[in-house]
Design a protein around this ligand. Sequence first.
Ligand SMILES: [Zn+2]
Length: 167
Amino acid sequence: MLHGFIPPHRYFPYLTWTEIQSMPERENVVIVQPVGAIEQHGPHLPIVVDSAIAMGVLGKALEKLEADVPVYALPCLYYGKSNEHWHFPGTITLSAQTLLLVLMEVADSLYRSGFRKLIFMNAHGGQPQVIEIVARDIHQKYEDFLVFPLFTWRVPNIAKELLTQKN
Ligand SMILES: [Zn+2]
């Protein structure tokens, strides 16, 4: 159950290196890196909330994809840049520089493996700026590498339908 919310056939770490090597048109395969956070979310919610949202939303989206659309999810990067929450015990944060380097080196590794399409699926409001900078830097480094920074909260959602009007 390492894949959590991700459909198992879409979970990149379940592949062998030989399966990846023999993947047809690797340059057209889309790799998604979920990026979350481990930080306070009020007294009522666990510190994993952002990471769980990243994986949950991505898992639901992947379930709806046609089988012949080649998309794989990487393991969630559970740690994000959460220094705005560090006064709360339990918050674990990377610096902006570390987050930038981790995402850059994930991208370097994917590029070396022949992939040319990468999505960062971010679910934490404290780091879209870092992720947008990384996406631009990766594309600057590799002109043929397409990198898309997404923010989970900007995808269409039904949150309004789930809330009842307070009278
Ligand atoms: Zn957050």
